[in-house]
Ligand binder design. Structure first.
Ligand SMILES: Nc1nc2c(ncn2[C@@H]2O[C@H](COP(=O)(O)OP(=O)(O)OP(=O)(O)O)[C@@H](O)[C@H]2O)c(=O)[nH]1
Ligand SMILES: [Mg+2]
Length: 331
């Protein structure tokens, strides 16, 4: 699953690439029968080392990045928001141009060195190789820098399993989202980074028969008015639509969360509008406390009241979606 998240190596700058290749070349010393033979073989060794090392490094970079067409929509949207598909594609195309060019220069200059008639000519050709090689590597400096930045962004992406069904919990801070996730999770929830929130999303895993699904708490994402988000933030939040099979929206009628019921209902509206295609369950939390009921099913993550009913309803809906999805498969 998304092994590119941590697999992408540090991307060197042009200068670092050149320094590394030239340092390796400077250690090449090949024995030869006579002075001319020695110089020729050594320079052949240097050109080979420089070309090989750089080409291998660049190809390693290119392969390490995710292929957009292979990513599912959730990651695809997040990557587009954070990095930009087109920009990333262009940078990788340029690196691949550079790798090809390096290999071509290597071939050309090896051929010329082999044919060189004397030591002076070998030295001249090798020097010319270094010059042209440096200029090719320097041309992709912006692409290398871009890829390094992209790598940092990719590491910020959450490691979520996009192959299991997912319930996303929404509602204002302090309404009891985390408490509920903890209550229904069979394993200790894990925390994964998510763009534009420092808290990270909290992923609980639930076993239902021999199936598992995940319940995701979204602090900093679906816990305040979406209208107040800037466009990029909103895009990152809306990527959740590709993940969520159900949204459970929690309203705290006790208002001990610090938000009035009216404000909470306004957020509910905003979530509904922004996620029109995702089935949404509305529940009231903290049923053990006093409050003005809104007529929705009530539960208490503290006492456990109503939790089993919610879980049953959620699992029934997940099952219905699976059946429905199976029916849609081409026969
Ligand atoms: N009495 C009572 N308190 C609850 C219940 N559920 C949660 N709380 C309390 O409400 C507070 C907030 O609960 P959390 O689960 O952290 O709320 P949250 O929605 O995850 O909050 P953020 O992570 O800040 O978004 C905590 O002090 C909980 O102990 C409940 O069912 N009954
Ligand atoms: Mg929480």
């Amino acid at each position: 699953m998304q092994d590119w998240r941590h697999k992408i190596p540090t991307i060197m700058t042009s200068q670092e690439l050149l320094d590394k290749a030239y340092a390796r070349a400077s250690r090449v010393d090949v024995n030869g029968a006579a002075a001319f033979d020695h110089v020729k073989k050594t320079n052949i060794g240097k050109i080979t080392a420089i070309g090989d090392m750089t080409t291998t490094t660049l190809l390693k970079y290119i392969r390490a990045f995710p292929r957009m067409e292979q990513e599912d929509e959730f990651y695809s949207q997040l990557i587009d928001v954070l990095i930009g598909h087109e920009k990333l594609k262009k940078a990788l195309v340029n690196l691949s141009w550079c790798a090809e060019k390096c290999s071509e220069l290597q071939r050309q200059y090896l051929f010329r060195v082999r044919k060189a008639p004397n030591i002076d000519e070998v030295a001249k050709i090798t020097k010319a190789f270094y010059g042209r090689f440096s200029s090719v590597i320097n041309r992709v400096e912006p692409d290398l820098l871009f890829c390094q930045k992209a790598r940092d962004h990719l590491r910020q992406l959450p490691a979520v399993d996009t192959t299991v069904q997912t319930v996303v919990i929404a509602g204002y801070p302090n309404v009891g989202k985390s408490q509920l996730v903890e209550r229904i999770s069979t394993a200790k929830p894990t925390i994964a980074p998510y763009p534009f929130t420092t808290k990270g999303i909290i992923i609980g895993h639930v076993k239902s028969g021999w199936r598992t699904y995940q319940v995701i708490d979204t602090p900093g994402l679906l816990d305040r008015e979406l209208e107040k988000r800037n466009a990029i933030e909103l895009q990152a939040i809306l990527a959740l639509r590709y993940l969520a099979d159900i949204i459970v929206f929690i309203i705290d009628p006790s208002e001990t969360c610090g938000y009035t019921i009216d404000r909470q209902l306004a957020l509910l509206d905003s979530v509904k509008q922004n996620f029109p295609d995702i089935p949404l369950l509305e529940v009231e939390s903290k049923s053990d406390l006093e409050g003005r009921p809104t007529g929705r099913p009530r539960l208490s993550a503290l006492t456990g009241e109503g939790v089993d009913e919610l879980v049953k309803q959620v699992e029934g809906m997940l099952k219905a979606q699976r059946v429905n999805d199976l029916d849609k498969l081409p026969t």
